[in-house]
Design a protein around this ligand. Structure first.
Ligand code: MG
Length: 248
């Protein structure tokens, strides 16, 4: 390339790695879970209860008090208990197995995912999927949906032993791919777990606020996009301004 000629597509040369959360960032996981629960129970009004109980159990996993398998069983027992149905571990396990099969049949990519990943690959950045969910089914999900080929690394909290927003999670991904935190951007749908966590770990934190209704408070130093179709523009136009001079 002649001296001074821009690369095409050009991105700030300091950005070497983009990390993406999986659930509700790439995959419409909430819709799949809602569908599965409604099919299993024959009613669709119990999603808020399931979500509340899930949040409680996820917090116990993140804090290290439970592993994923135990948390999933206890979540089911707790959820069914709220409905007045007491089940033993075996029945809870059967419920969870059926639920996961139904979820797997329902999960879909958001329509903006493939164009965005194609652009990122063409731009020459490394890509990592970074998830707080447990291992095997996240890898199956990436494979099922044809995403595995895009990623240089898949970081799974259940395998690393820490979870977002712990900076150790973000730093382990950077180290695995030979990048420093300031060379890395992380994109995810959860404001604190993904975007604020990444920012606090020294990465560029990008909050993917799908379905935004316009009113939102964005913490200082956090970027926000409404869809992945906005990510290329952000990387090209904003990143040169957040600290590292572009060398074109
Ligand atoms: Mg997510």
């Amino acid at each position: 390339m002649p001296f001074g000629a821009p690369a095409d597509p050009w991105i700030p040369p300091n950005l070497r790695l983009v990390c993406l959360d999986i659930d509700d960032t790439l995959v419409d996981f909430t819709a799949a879970c809602r569908t599965a629960l409604a099919v299993l129970l024959g009613r669709s009004d119990l999603w808020p209860l399931w979500e509340r109980i899930t949040e409680r159990h996820t917090a116990m996993v993140v804090s290290g008090d439970l592993d994923y398998a135990a948390a999933h069983l206890r979540r089911t027992q707790c959820f069914l208990g709220e409905l007045g149905v007491v089940v033993d571990t075996e029945h809870a396990s059967g419920f969870e197995t059926r639920r996961k099969e139904l979820v797997r049949r329902s999960w879909r990519l958001f329509s903006d995912v493939l164009p965005c990943l194609d652009w990122l690959r063409a731009a020459g950045v490394l890509l990592a999927a970074v998830t707080n969910a447990s291992g095997a089914h996240q890898r199956a999900k990436l494979t099922d949906l044809g995403l595995a080929r895009f990623f240089d690394h898949v970081a799974i909290a259940g395998e690393i032993g820490v979870a977002k927003p712990d900076p150790v999670m973000f730093h382990s991904v950077c180290a695995t791919l030979g990048c420093t935190p300031e060379e890395v951007a992380h994109v995810g749908d959860k404001l604190h777990t993904d975007a604020v966590g990444a920012r606090d770990a020294g990465l560029a934190g990008i909050w993917l606020d799908r379905g935004s209704c316009g009113e939102r408070e964005v913490p200082e130093g956090v970027h926000v996009i409404d869809g992945l179709d906005e990510l290329p523009q952000l990387l090209v136009s904003e990143f040169a301004r957040i600290g590292v001079p572009a060398q074109r």
